[in-house]
Design a protein around this ligand. Structure first.
Ligand SMILES: Nc1ncnc2c1ncn2[C@@H]1O[C@H](COP(=O)(O)OP(=O)(O)O)[C@@H](O)[C@H]1O
Ligand SMILES: [Mg+2]
Length: 314
């Protein structure tokens, strides 16, 4: 840990994004678990995911409606169609009329093909859920799509001078700008991922300057374990042994050194982001999603200086 993770736990709405496969869902689940352990009613939600990953972590299916998985902790996979119906209902506030409107092919076609309508409704659903939870952690799509989704309210505000879409866009812009709304970027110690992280941050700052991005998480980090003495010993031994079992041991040492170097480089480059970077450990590959998320939760809690009793994962 090279930074303070507590900023994560001060938010009410927390968007989590990053390049595909960096550990967004794992991180979102871990943040949720720690927040719940501190006594906050917490929801971790995926956004209309065709292959939701939260069920494997919590051992319960995720549905559109939040499902309680642990004390204070719920999961959901927000679906577009029911979210749209709820949104229309929030405007016309009569179930019968909603059904009529939704049956109207022109209206539903308009909503389904209008670029951004889907994203707008999904964000609206987040803002609604935030009314009944202390914290909503949104496991967002990969960075490009997440930025597009978050910029929809601004576009909608420009396009619609009045009416319900305008009102919705304004409410969402207010939500994004709240001091307790934040976005966290998850990165890996790999050059391409670090580049994409810095680019995403730049796009967010240019397009949505009101959205707070307080910290960056560097997942799968290998913190230095070798001392200087061990390193020079490694160098010397590499010259001595060129065959046999010793070579394998030396290769393992070199591999470890390579991972540490990659983490060091990523940490150095991420300085450009001018915000604290929190390193999360690389965990054993075959531990399974559930245990990985549980260990990540412990690491986050330690990094935030929170003494909580965490459940599950063992
Ligand atoms: N720090 C880590 N150490 C080991 N495995 C990890 C770590 N973080 C994530 N994983 C594993 O990597 C895979 C991808 O993580 P996931 O959170 O699903 O990524 P994303 O949501 O960004 O696609 C999962 O199998 C997860 O258990
Ligand atoms: Mg995921």
């Amino acid at each position: 840990m090279t930074g303070d993770a507590s900023a994560l736990f001060r938010s009410r709405v927390l968007f989590v994004t990053g390049k595909g496969g960096v550990g967004k869902t794992t991180t979102a689940a871990a943040v949720g678990r720690v927040a719940a352990a501190t006594g906050r009613r917490t929801l971790v939600m995926e956004v209309d995911n065709q292959h939701p990953s939260l069920p494997a972590i919590f051992g319960k299916p995720a549905a559109h409606q939040p499902v309680e998985v642990e004390p204070n902790l719920w999961i959901a996979n927000t679906e577009w169609q029911p979210a749209l119906e709820d949104w229309v209902e929030s405007i016309v506030s009569m179930r019968r009329l909603v059904r009529l409107i939704m049956k109207n092919r022109v209206v539903s076609l308009f909503l389904q093909v209008t670029p951004g309508a889907r994203d707008l409704v999904m964000l609206w659903r987040v803002s609604e859920l935030a009314k009944s939870f202390d914290l909503v952690v949104v496991d967002m799509p990969a960075s490009g799509n997440a930025v597009a989704m978050l910029s929809v309210p601004l576009t909608a505000e420009r396009l619609f001078p009045s009416g319900p879409i305008r009102a919705c866009a304004e409410a969402l812009l207010a939500m994004v700008a709240r001091p307790d709304t934040a976005l966290v970027l998850v990165a890996l110690p790999e050059e391409m991922v670090v580049n994409e992280t810095l680019e995403t941050l730049e796009r967010l700052q240019a397009g949505m300057p009101t959205l707070r991005v307080p910290i960056i998480l560097l997942n799968r980090a290998s913190m230095p374990t070798l001392s200087e003495r061990e390193r020079s010993l490694l160098r010397a031994l590499e010259r001595e042994f060129t065959e046999g079992v010793a070579v394998e041991v030396l290769e393992a040492g070199a591999w470890e050194e390579g991972l540490e170097a990659a983490t060091g480089e990523a940490l150095a480059r991420l300085q450009e982001a001018k915000r604290p970077v929190i390193a999360l450990p690389s965990l054993p590959r075959n531990d399974g999603a559930r245990r990985v998320a549980a260990q990540m939760a412990s690491a986050l809690a330690r990094g935030a200086g929170l003494r909580v009793l965490l459940r599950g994962g063992a």
